[in-house]
Design a protein around this ligand. Structure first.
Ligand code: S3P
Length: 184
């Protein structure tokens, strides 16, 4: 668990991390409702800020360009107060993003954890039902598994709390994360 950034006494924002399908957006919206804080889904924010869809940005900027844009907006998002932040699952890959997270004073970082198979199944189900989120990794199961293994270590290392996102509903998760953020 978070070995670089002890949880601060005063919490200004909650950051939800985890692999795709962990429920960051669903839990984030519920946390925002519960707290009256704003909710910022970084993927949606990138699209709103640029007026372009993620797929289009990927195509025009390439993955490196897209990740740089994401990094810039991530840094700014981490300065918001009374905010619930849900970055895309890949944000933790970049060292610059990890440093921004570590340096975010007053952030409580909650890692939503679940088994790889559970998460992939959920994402495929979401894709069938909603179409929505652009997830290039989703149809490359081999690569997704490698990324999952690598990122899981990083999510855990950079979190103040790890929460079981398979056993708990989004509503329960929102409740226990809020309590954990303000405990002690
Ligand atoms: C990604 C996860 C997505 C989105 C993009 C990349 C990934 O976000 O940012 O498709 O590589 O894991 P979610 O974690 O919100 O699905």
């Amino acid at each position: 668990m978070c070995d670089f950034n002890p949880v601060q006494r005063e919490i200004h924002r909650i950051v939800l991390t985890g692999f795709m399908g962990a429920g960051k957006s669903a839990v984030g919206r519920l946390l925002a409702e519960r707290s009256g804080w704003e909710f910022l889904d970084l993927d949606t924010h990138i699209e709103t800020a640029t007026g372009k869809r993620a797929r289009e940005l990927f195509d025009t900027l390439g993955e490196t360009g897209f990740r740089q844009l994401e990094c810039d907006l991530w840094g700014r998002a981490l300065q918001r107060r009374q905010a619930i932040l849900a970055p895309g699952g890949a944000v933790i890959d970049k060292i610059a993003n990890q440093i921004l997270l570590a340096e975010s004073q007053g952030a409580f970082v909650a890692f939503l954890d679940a088994r790889f198979e559970t998460l992939m199944e959920r994402c495929l189900q979401q894709e069938r039902e909603e179409g929505g989120t652009y997830r290039p990794l989703l149809h490359n199961a081999e690569m997704a598994r490698v990324r999952y293994r690598e990122r899981r270590v990083l999510y855990a290392k950079h979190a103040h709390g790890v929460f079981d996102a398979a056993e708990n509903s989004p509503k329960v998760l929102a409740e226990i994360i809020w309590e954990a953020a303000f405990a002690s």
